[in-house]
Design a protein around this ligand. Structure first.
Ligand SMILES: Cc1ncc(COP(=O)(O)O)c(C=O)c1O
Length: 429
């Protein structure tokens, strides 16, 4: 049985799993099964009534996906988790039990571009909306929250700029307003930061990135601290009042700290179907086993590359929060003391054209729309990941047209620097 007081690397290898009870298999099998045989009709009824925990149908729960959700929950200090089909699905799944038509989420203006589009455009089809604020302006965050606000949303280390959010300040504002703080911890991972320790209620991940770590899976996870009192107000009726979508069950009353997790499975996954597949969950479990080791190398390499770039006359600015010159250096020490991640932007002298030439001249760094891979990756956000945003939104998100985003991998750092060096020469010739 896994102990939650074990160290990070022990939990990363063991949490959520035991030798397979049927075969003794030491590694978590890929349970590639859609359904599970009920012992008898009473067993089936108990499972459907949530009186007994077990497996019914893999859109709801699957042993491999369940092992992954439990492992991420253990690493994040959460009580439960839900495996989802992507990071974007995890964001919708996090909001789903909280929101209803007319409700809004107050979100940081510094987010992954796809999230800004999801929140500013797509969720409006559900009758939900988002208000974007600079989370360094705490008065603006407070002022944006109104009676219809159901959550505050931010990223620990924001994509693309590597900006570090003051999670403690966000959590205090959320607590005063009686709403949960949702933190996208994709780029920090629980190795660098556990948002629940800073007061977050829900943590979401794109497992596509560092958790899996090698660019093989599209997946997402939501975990719940279990600490939010859903019944303290009438704002979260799906959790605190009889849920019509689940024969009138009061999830908070019946399941206490597991209310959000069970609602997300029994109603969210059941009806939205944003389910993670068992093979993807297996790869992510494999990736997490080495998460601590990889993150150590990612942050050491990122620091060395950022320091080198900052001194280079061909470079205008580097946004890595681990640099002493960063306006967020002090905050980074508090929020991500083991390292400010491995994702940042670089403003290249020569602007847009130089950025495009740089991307085309690299040989070791891959030009892809991904981050958090063992390989070093680069992209020009303004023309790709942040393309759907207008220029003001791009600048607010840290994705101005004259910057490239770099995700530093775990290769030998001198090789990363050598590749950037030769490409910068061509880009700024
Ligand atoms: C910080 C962050 N959150 C969420 C997502 C969405 O994740 P996915 O691509 O797995 O849907 C991304 C994707 O790049 C991301 O960078």
């Amino acid at each position: 049985m896994t102990q939650t007081n074990q160290g990070f690397d022990t939990l990363a290898v063991h949490a959520g799993t035991e030798p397979d009870p049927a075969t003794g298999a030491r590694q978590v099998p890929i349970y590639q099964s859609t359904s599970y045989v009920f012992r008898d009709a009473d067993h089936a009824a108990r499972l459907f009534n949530l009186e007994e925990v077990g497996y019914i149908y893999s859109r709801l729960t699957n042993p491999t996906v369940g092992a992954l959700a439990a492992r991420v929950a253990a690493l994040e200090g959460a009580v439960g988790g839900i495996g989802c089909s992507s990071g974007h699905a995890a964001q919708i799944m996090a909001l789903f039990p909280l929101m209803g038509p007319g409700c809004n989420v107050v979100a940081s203006s510094r987010l992954y571009g796809g999230t800004i589009t999801q929140f500013s455009q797509t969720i409006r089809r559900f009758g939900w909306s988002a208000k974007f604020v600079d989370t360094d302006d705490l008065d603006a965050v407070r002022a944006a929250i109104d009676d219809d606000t159901r959550a505050l949303f931010c990223e620990t280390i924001a994509n693309p700029g590597g900006y570090v959010t003051d999670l403690d300040a966000m959590a205090r504002i959320a607590e005063d307003a009686g709403i949960p703080l949702i933190v996208d911890n994709t780029t920090a991972t629980p190795y660098l930061c556990r948002p629940i320790d800073h007061g977050a209620t829900l943590v979401v991940h794109s497992a596509t990135k560092y958790l899996t770590g090698n660019g093989t899976v599209t997946g997402g996870i939501v975990v719940d601290s279990g600490k939010f009192d859903w019944s303290a107000s009438d704002r979260f009726p799906s959790l605190s009042q009889p849920e019509p979508a689940y024969h009138g069950l009061n999830f908070h009353g019946a399941l206490g700290p597991m209310a959000f997790t069970f609602h997300s499975i029994a109603v969210g996954l059941r009806d939205l179907g944003m389910t993670m597949n068992p093979q993807g969950a297996h790869y992510t479990l494999m990736g997490i086993e080495t998460l601590g080791l990889r993150m150590e190398r990612h942050v050491a390499n990122a620091k060395a590359v950022a320091e080198w770039l900052e001194k280079d006359p061909r470079v205008e600015a580097v946004t890595f929060a681990g640099l002493p010159s960063s306006p967020w250096a002090e905050r980074a020490q508090r929020i991500v003391p083991k390292g400010a991640g491995a994702l940042f932007t670089v403003a290249v002298k020569g602007g847009y054209d130089a950025c495009v030439k740089l991307v085309d001249s690299l040989e070791l760094l891959s030009h892809v729309a991904n981050l958090g891979d063992t390989r070093s990756l680069i992209i020009h956000p303004a023309s790709t990941t942040h393309r759907q945003l207008d220029e003001a939104q791009q600048i607010a998100a840290g994705a101005a047209p004259n910057v490239v985003r770099i995700s530093i991998g775990i290769e030998n750092v001198e090789d990363i620097i050598a590749d950037l060096d030769q490409a910068l020469t061509k880009a700024t010739a």
